[in-house]
Design a protein around this ligand. Sequence first.
Ligand SMILES: [Zn+2]
Length: 307
Amino acid sequence: MDTSEGFTSERTKRYSRQIVLPEVGPLGQLKLANASALIAGMGGLGCPAAYYLCAAGVGKIGVIDGDAVDLTNLHRQILHSVNDIGSPKVDSAKEKLNALNPECTVVPRGERLTASNVMEIISGYDIVLDCTDNFATRFLINDACVIAGKPLFYGAVLKFFGQAITILPGKGPCYRCIFNEPPPVGITPTCVQAGIMGVVPGIIGLIQATEALKYLLGMDDLLTGKLLTFDALTMELKKTDLRKNPKCPVCGSDPTINKPVEYELEPCDLDRDGANIDTVAYIAKALINEQTDREALKNERIGKESL
Ligand SMILES: [Zn+2]
């Protein structure tokens, strides 16, 4: 690989503090320049993730979101400003990203991911960041990425809490290994009830971006098979092991889902102000259930052994 290719003195200077890292170097910087990332959702998670991936020198960033900027977005969706209210989020994002780094090719798509467009859209990118805010789209993106073999960087936030998982198809559990399917519409708290501390999606979005950069640079120790949780109230950061489900309907040994599935959106997803991020509560409940199952199994074994 010709490391001098495209490395003007200005480019070298822009990334100099990063290139000096042995884990990056000129070759790593070139890898980033040749890489592409799709960021689904230009909200609280997507804005910081896109900003830092663009700053780091990722060559092509796709941004997809069908919403327009609203005043209620501005306490956390840092790419948008007062002057952008009413404009498509992807246009606002493209303008800010190109102002930061004109070398980055930003591809805006002002629409929602659906079962009919997701495979075509993700096919144009090396990796996908799930920065969306509803179960229907999360399952859609997970299934599409598993089917296409695309690395997926998941993040979710609620109130003062956040979590992240890195999903490398074939190398660890996927989102469906943890949840079989979305919860019934209406059982999770609505977006207005939940609320969100503005800094929390900033932290989780940057964990997604960090994982994405490490993956693109070929680094190890990713959050594959791990759930990273962050609690801003106690400032605790924890990692929990996740297990692959051999019967997972999309990544298991006998998959029954071979194409993306369109689920019904929550009513507040259709008329949202962008704060519906209740996945955290749902995933926490599922993990507690799994741990309880494991404990029950352990106790059963101990009981049999002591007989
Ligand atoms: Zn799976």
